[in-house]
Ligand binder design. Sequence first.
Ligand SMILES: Nc1ncnc2c1ncn2[C@@H]1O[C@H](COP(=O)(O)OP(=O)(O)OP(=O)(O)O)[C@@H](O)[C@H]1O
Length: 456
Amino acid sequence: VSIFTIENKCDHTVWPMIYSWTSSQVNSTGFALKKGAARDIRAPFAWFGLISGRTLCSTDTSTRNFSYATGDCESGIVECPGDDYSWSSRTYASFRLDKGGSDSYAVSVEYGYNLPIMVVPSMKSFTCITSGCVVDLNKTCPEDLMTFSGETLIACSSPCQESGTPESCCLNEYRSKENCKPTTYTKNFLNACPLAYIYPYADNNSTITCPNTTDYVITFCPTSFTPNKKLQVNSRVSTALLVMVIIVAIALTVRAKNVRTKSDQNDANIEAAVMLKRYSYESVKKRTNSFAHVLGKGGSGTVCKGKLPDTSGRDIALKILKESKGDGEEFINELASMSRASHVNIVSLFGFCNEGSNRAIIYEFMPNGSLDKFIEVSTGRADHGFQFILDGLFTCPINKWSNRTKDQLVHGSIRRRPNGQWVFMSFLKHTFINLTKQNIVLQFNPENDFIVKIKN
Ligand SMILES: Nc1ncnc2c1ncn2[C@@H]1O[C@H](COP(=O)(O)OP(=O)(O)OP(=O)(O)O)[C@@H](O)[C@H]1O
């Protein structure tokens, strides 16, 4: 049994629907969840199904029939018990529990988007990570795919959902990676939601694998968004001159407002996409004493010690990247993939700065620095020391891995490749990080043990 905690952080009611592909059902298939409310759902062993949110419910006064502006399961009631299911434009979180000893899940916008969704698993490992599509995609939706309820933009459908052609749905002769190319729509969604399932042949590893004992928190609107209104200007005035003056004034105001809203939204989108907090360059400069305490220099920049610019005041290692050109898209993409690599033996990311050419990454601070510096001061046992540390990372019993669980042990291993290069391999994703003395950092503890982490 897995527990799904479904919570609503939207500023309106959401009616979650839970659909099962398996004959065994969850204990509730649909209900109303008020703004700020949360509810636990129990999913049986080997459950396979999906969860999404319906919005703007109304009841027909004569027939008493329930319907929803988005995500309607067409049952006419709040529950969705049937198996006659139509794919409407909405964001889905799909789960497959206990298959081959593990769970898998993905957040999908393949059939469109209506609400931001984030899924947080109770277990954390190299493969079991938080995922979602937490950006307001309605705002970047191509005009021909926008869905309105009155004046309110409520969903963005996908080209497949909208036109149903084999080309847009990757069907028939388009059922291959070569023939089913990304479209403006899929590229747009992929940029905004790099973790979500967008279309069948995207290479973004949207399926997340977790131990089969994992519970999940599913949040609608993890950051609050205001609904988009279609702009309309209605004015009836008697003289042509006055009309022109008003239109120019409105145009200027709307334009100024749009510029501001766009940049605020962009900031929120970036934070949401990389799932890291963004700090101002000024605040990190202050908390690092103007970058005074340099810990070391690497190929891409200088690392200095400081404090996190928040109330926690935690120690940080701030990597100030060398002056970088471009619009920062590459930097954001790299941050997004780095923030996915969450593991107890990988240095955590706390946040980032991105102000023009001032870019920096905030890491947790490892007080004893990198292994190369440690070996420099130890006497003549460099290689033995390196080997010992690598062995110790996963096997040596004298290392205390305070927050490691047995599950996480199976998710990665240290290997030596035929060319002599050491790598950290993740079993399930077949990804690896090259291990060198420079990218292993240490923290010694008074009880004569130490914590070893890889900095990516
Ligand atoms: N999280 C950290 N805690 C403590 N010290 C760190 C941390 N990260 C880096 N350092 C120190 O800063 C030095 C430079 O780190 P950096 O990550 O820039 O090295 P690099 O791997 O050579 O660089 P690059 O990734 O740019 O090629 C390290 O050798 C280490 O001494």
